[in-house]
Design a binder for this molecule. Structure first.
Ligand SMILES: [Fe+2]
Ligand SMILES: [Fe+2]
Length: 381
């Protein structure tokens, strides 16, 4: 068994200090070197808090969320039809057809002699789509385990009883999410990728930070906000009934989890100094870049035998806006929630400027998750 975790995650300065957020060399500087890692050790530096104040409902909106969560638990074994036979070729064909318009720049790159995609024919494009799906679902799986562990940490570290109660229900939700993604990968896709380095660095940061609210910001606001948008996108582009239902069920929980983050941090941030808020802004932007970088799928290019994928990454980063719709949509939950928390405009609007630079600020007036989570509830929930 391989146990690692001694090498530090990159610092904030390494990430947000880049002159150019699209610096392809910087993005590729780190890769996951230990692909056989089985157990990862990360130091948890936070204090565990007991509270003797058991007044249930002192925070009514958290209490309401907890009461809903207790009745909304589904069971992946019972509620999903695992007997469905998944025809991966059909799944891929459908996905390629509905995402065709988003890949125009890559098709053009393939026409350039000597480019890393120049030998791509129909088989290679199918292979890329298949690997991308397996990679995507694998990162969802690893992210779900991150949520499981981070939320267990919140149970220990948050000082309020209503939040401890709610977080305990989320721990159970995340266990079920890990379970269904692992089962889908193992029984329907038959393959799996290790965790992406950018996602792993972010999970390390979330766990190793000593401040309890940083767990919420990194996990509930950033990672789960992005996941909710990404699940929604995959739900939209697939017609495979088992995957569609699995994603729909997971999304009904994730919307509540993001709301939990917004409701908890709203109260806490009111008591922070400007300097402390500025640290949160930087943490949020660093997380945003790490998540954007992970979607560049460096492991997929590696597995396809492309030694130097930098021209492909540059091509994706410089694609016209209509092709980057998915990349932008990933921020459709994060930006309105950061606005609701006051993170966009504090400190002369530092985060607003950064989100403008990466082209996602226009999502700021969409509904925030504390207001919309009910829209995602299952009809049976
Ligand atoms: Fe989850
Ligand atoms: Fe979650």
């Amino acid at each position: 068994m391989t146990v690692t975790g001694n090498e530090p995650a990159r610092s904030n300065a390494d990430i947000i200090g880049r002159d150019d957020v699209n610096d392809v060399d910087a993005i590729f500087e780190v890769t996951n070197t230990d692909r056989d890692e089985v157990v990862r050790h990360v130091q948890n530096n936070a204090d565990t808090l007991f509270t003797w104040d058991y007044e249930k409902g002192a925070r009514p909106r958290l209490n309401k969320l907890y009461e809903k969560a207790k009745h909304a638990m589904w069971d992946g074994e019972q509620d999903l039809d695992w007997s469905i036979d998944v025809d991966l070729d059909e799944v891929i064909e459908h996905m390629r057809a509905v995402t065709y318009v988003q890949n125009q720049s890559l098709f053009k790159l393939a026409e350039v002699p000597g480019s890393p995609l120049s030998n791509f024919g129909e088989d290679e494009w199918n292979e890329l789509a298949r690997e991308s799906l397996v990679w995507q679902m694998s990162q969802f799986l690893h992210g779900e385990q991150g949520a499981l562990v981070a939320t267990a940490k919140i149970v220990e570290t948050v000082p309020w009883i209503d939040a401890k109660y709610y977080a305990a229900t989320q721990v159970m939700d995340e266990a079920r999410h890990v379970e269904v993604f692992a089962k889908y990968l193992d029984t329907k896709l038959g393959d799996r990728y290790p965790i992406n380095i950018h996602l792993r660095d972010l999970l390390d940061d979330v766990i190793d930070d000593s401040r309890w609210d940083m767990t919420y910001l990194g996990m509930q606001i950033m990672i789960e906000g992005l996941a909710l948008a990404a699940f929604g996108f995959l739900h939209q582009i697939t017609d495979e009934p088992l995957l569609k239902k699995l994603l729909r069920y997971v999304m009904s929980d994730e919307a509540r989890h993001v709301a939990f983050g917004v409701l908890s941090l709203q109260e806490h941030y009111q008591n922070l100094t400007l300097a402390e808020i500025q640290e949160r802004q930087e943490f949020a932007f660093e997380a945003a870049l790490r998540m954007r970088d992970r979607f560049l799928r460096q492991e997929v290019w590696h597995r396809l035998g492309i030694d130097d994928a930098r021209p492909i990454i540059a091509c994706m980063l410089n694609a016209p806006p209509e092709e980057k719709e998915f990349q932008r949509l990933l921020f459709s939950k994060i930006v309105p929630n950061c606005r609701k928390l006051g993170l966009l405009d504090a400190g002369e609007g530092w985060l607003r400027t950064k989100f403008t630079e990466i082209g996602v600020i226009e999502f700021e007036h969409l509904e925030s998750s504390d207001d919309e989570y009910g829209d995602f509830a299952l009809a049976t929930g």
